[in-house]
Design a binder for this molecule. Sequence first.
Ligand code: PLP
Length: 333
Amino acid sequence: MFGHRSADFAALYNRVQPGLQELFGTADPVYLFTNSSWGAMEAAIRNVTQKKVLNCMCGAFSDRWHEVSLACGKEAGALRFPWGHPVDPEAVAGELATGQYDSITLVHNETSTGVLNPLADLMAVVREFPEVISVVDTVSSFSAVSIDKDKLGIDVVLTGSQKALALPPGLALCSVSPKALDRAAKTPGRGFYFDYLNFQANHLKGTTPTTPNIPLIHALESKLADIFNEGLENRYARHATLNALVHSWVERNQFSLFPQKEFASKTLTCVNNTRDIDVPGFIALLKKRHNCVIDGGYGKIKGRTFRISNMGDETEETIGQLLKNLDNILAEL
Ligand SMILES: *Cc1c(COP(=O)(O)O)cnc(C)c1O
């Protein structure tokens, strides 16, 4: 172990920057937060919202961002879409046109419903409102589909270690534009632990404001090496292929996708329980017989849906084996 004010740490910090910047599609710095993604989400609200934030809500994670905004004492608007539907760019345009907002939150891949929101179309709308700082959660899409922060004009993009990156939990990554930093400089009540200005001042010295999770940053460096050895295009293609394998399993077994197909996530599949199987029983048996774990549906769609992930380091072999195991269990039910 070494200290976070050491030259060794600065070298490690600076070594992970270029890879992270490439994955985020940005020339802006990427701050390393020692906390899970919710910390980086709360940080965004506290640093960029002065007047009112528009929370675009279409599932458990985007819904909760509204609660976080209110819990931070901010004025917040709730633009709600039914679970399983994407955020509609026209509705966003209409709401922003009221002129009430100085910031907006979007979840790229809504993990609870398996919806991949149309980020490019949404950002085309948000760019029409230069006073609005955009904040995008890419927790379950980062490094699995391409994210063009600078090209799309996104101000703040964040992700966490334990979902699409398949690292242990405890680290969040967040890239912040100069425009968002300017906003932060004029925003009172940023707090201490999450202050972007403090992150930026330390970034310039190759370090973090407080003691970071150094072991996880080593793991991140190793993961970045794996990602670039595989090649980004290959990594994106692998996720698309594995996702298509899961989709064909869904069809073959007379289930259906919870979201509309054109907005379906590339990293996980949220499946409608159209056959009315006993989902908790299905999952328990899968664990018992094959030591595999899938999810039995999130929050209010628990049991009505179940979710199969293909994010991280899954391969055709591992997903193929999982789907075979699922077939065995279905035959047993
Ligand atoms: C898991 C998840 C989060 C929150 O992650 P924590 O690690 O629990 O803080 C936020 N957004 C999305 C889309 C997620 O999938």
